[in-house]
Design a protein around this ligand. Sequence first.
Ligand SMILES: [Zn+2]
Length: 377
Amino acid sequence: MDSYTNCNTYTKTIKRIVQRWNNTTLYYLVLLHILYACGYQNQDKNINNTETLMPATIRSYEKTLPPPLPPQRTTTITQAPTETKQPTPIQTYTSTPTPTVTPTRTPVVPKAQPEQLPLPRHDVTSETHLFFGRPMQDGNNYPVSNYRYGMTWSGLLAPHLGVDLANDEGSPVAAIGNGTVTYAGNDNTELFGFRNEFYGNLIVLSLDQKWNGREIYALYAHLSAIDVENGEKILAGDIIGKVGQSGAALAPHLHLEIRIDDPRNYMTTRNPELWYSPLPGTGVVAGRILDKNGLFIPGHVVRITCADNGIRWVQTYWNQWTPPDDDLSENFVFSDIPEMKCTVESEFDGYTISQSAYIKPQDIVFVVLQHSSEQVR
Ligand SMILES: [Zn+2]
């Protein structure tokens, strides 16, 4: 039975149970677990069948349930994301949602005018990123497509701080670079995220590779086994633990994060797809989707149509809780695209704007699309 069938069977069973409950908090907590259990389709394997990218169960939930994002997510941020000032922490997944609230999508960077935010130089986009290897040596290295970095599963979940790699329980997990273990244990009492008992068994590596003199950390979560100890020196490719579903996950997967400067501050994350290497023969497209005023458009679908007739898609980062890269100031990234010509498209209000991009192996191509519609938000 594959993970998709597992997901549906599992979801139906849980749904029957929770429908008898009146406790909204428990209901949403279980819903969160269902969502973690689902959607583990590899987008590239389903490239011509976008219907399979989101399980029918999840689509029906989307229609019947209000988004549980709390109202304070609508807070307008006035700082650029590179500021070190800490925003107010968002509510945890377990908080009771306000059923009638539809979250307002707030631009990430209010001052994203092109003259204030120039295109990154090519040597910046590629040579100072893509440093690391991939964590799964034999297993699946493709991120879950519905919940890439900065995405919210169409408004159902808090913006994602990392990528989820669906793999069987017990699959070996490798270090993505040389480094030192700075934490190996669970988060029952130590805080790494919104709350305790969220990441489960986790490992944090301090990577030897620095970035502009700054520390880079890799965080591995939901492990079933930890094979390293605090302070241990690790080489790239060393097996450090095993895939599991500890913490806030019911389906086995590896949640991988990149953090800059401070490994215990979940507001220091960056998009892992800019830091680990694309798979052999593939590259990365990243960019910005802007409205007519030059503001970032959050939660917006970006389609990447390529010469292989595949339609890839990603949604722009929801808001400031998932910081963009310091150099790129992007609001979307899609990695592991084979070398070929693609078109990046953004559609709103019946108008589609697009730009072609040639994907090169081990490279980042950067695209900026700015809408002219008054009603883009
Ligand atoms: Zn995750």
